[in-house]
Ligand binder design. Structure first.
Ligand code: SF4
Length: 171
């Protein structure tokens, strides 16, 4: 019996099974803990091109104080951020820059499209030079509608994103 266990091929099978058991045992609690850390420390960078950015600024101010929801103020470099909030009209000329910003952020990363302009092109949706929504350039996790959306709507969008992160599978 012992001879069978130390046989290299049997031993490999046993190690493989043990690995399966460990992954199953720790996957859920570990995933929960990591997601919990991520959702309460969202670090946004904001791409502001128009009026919606003022509402984002208001949300960061003392009246709304988004930090109490685990959303850190938008300082830092792109390489530290895990959330990009796109506010305002994005022109076709800006589209490669938006993609470049997204590509510079480390994984896992999330995107919020804030306001009608970022979601559909807004007032300018039929214009030759404005993108009809940023989701053709980068994947959007949450859409925050309005023109402009108020800070409360942005906070609700962030809470929806936090719910999504909480339910996501840990990789
Ligand atoms: S959605 Fe409205 S408020 Fe926001 S950038 Fe466009 S025009 Fe301005």
């Amino acid at each position: 019996m012992l001879k069978d266990l130390v046989n290299p091929s049997t031993f490999n099978v046993l190690v493989g099974k043990l690995e399966d058991v460990l992954v199953r045992a720790f996957d859920k609690p570990l995933g929960y803990a990591v997601n919990w850390g991520r959702l309460w420390s969202l670090w946004p960078v904001h791409l502001e091109t128009a009026c919606c950015s003022l509402e984002f600024g208001a949300a960061s101010g003392p009246r709304y104080d988004v930090e109490r929801f685990g959303i850190i103020e938008a300082f830092g470099s792109l390489r530290q951020c895990d959330l990009v909030v796109v506010q305002g009209t994005v022109t076709r000329k800006m589209a490669p820059r938006l993609r470049m910003i997204y590509d510079q952020m480390p994984d896992p990363k999330y995107v919020i499209a804030m306001g009608a302009c970022a979601i559909t092109g807004g007032l300018y949706f039929d214009s030759y030079n404005v993108l009809p929504g940023i989701d053709g350039i980068i994947p959007v996790d949450v859409y925050v509608p309005g023109c402009p959306p108020r800070p409360e709507t942005l906070i609700q969008g962030c809470m929806l994103l936090q719910e999504k992160i909480k339910r996501s599978r840990f990789k």
